[in-house]
Ligand binder design. Sequence first.
Ligand SMILES: Cc1cc2nc3c(=O)[nH]c(=O)nc-3n(C[C@H](O)[C@H](O)[C@H](O)COP(=O)(O)O)c2cc1C
Length: 210
Amino acid sequence: MKTIVLNASPRKDWNTAQLLKAATAGAKSIGAEVEYFNLYDLNFTGCRSCMLCKRKGVERCHCYWKDELSLIIDQVFSANVLFIGTPIYFGRPTSQYFAFMERLHFSTLSYDDYSNYFHAKVNVGMFLTMNATEEFYDKLYKEKFIDYANEFRLLNGEVCLYPAYNTLQVKDYSKFDMSSFNEEEKKETHEKCFPLDLEKVDTLGAKLSQ
Ligand SMILES: Cc1cc2nc3c(=O)[nH]c(=O)nc-3n(C[C@H](O)[C@H](O)[C@H](O)COP(=O)(O)O)c2cc1C
């Protein structure tokens, strides 16, 4: 069982990374072989429209643009499970997430009949972190993020979306101009709810890797 983990947060040890590391622990607990990548460490862009993946006679489901993402895309296509985590930035996933997704999606898309060239199966766990509370997420973000997660249906596996709400954005709010946030409430959520998120995500990581 091969699991690829992609952190689409620029912060390597914060909320999103912690969820991904919990999912990784879950996958490893049932014997999965895991490779973990921080997308913000890699030098890549979104789709360059080189059209090489649509040339006649070429191998499909391969991104021909040579940069530090191409090999990772190959690894996703040959994996059993993908975990991807992104913070919510302005109501959307991050720019590196979108750059990855453009490359992944375009290399599976047939321009003959818009069918999917990818026929294997990769289960996907998509993990979100955000300032928003659950109520705010449900009202403003949920529908959109279900759509973002559904884009992974192109990998033909199970797709699970896990949102962690009201995360701690900085360690000490008193050092920042961030008075719209209630530090007490943030810290309470971080101490009471985030550890439960990590436990649930560990379990989900194991389930998706079975
Ligand atoms: C540029 C930027 C934009 C953000 N936009 C939103 C937003 O629209 N909604 C939200 O709930 N949180 C927003 N946040 C907060 C982050 O989603 C939240 O702090 C997240 O947990 C950060 O993930 P990390 O700890 O892995 O870096 C934003 C943060 C940044 C830096």
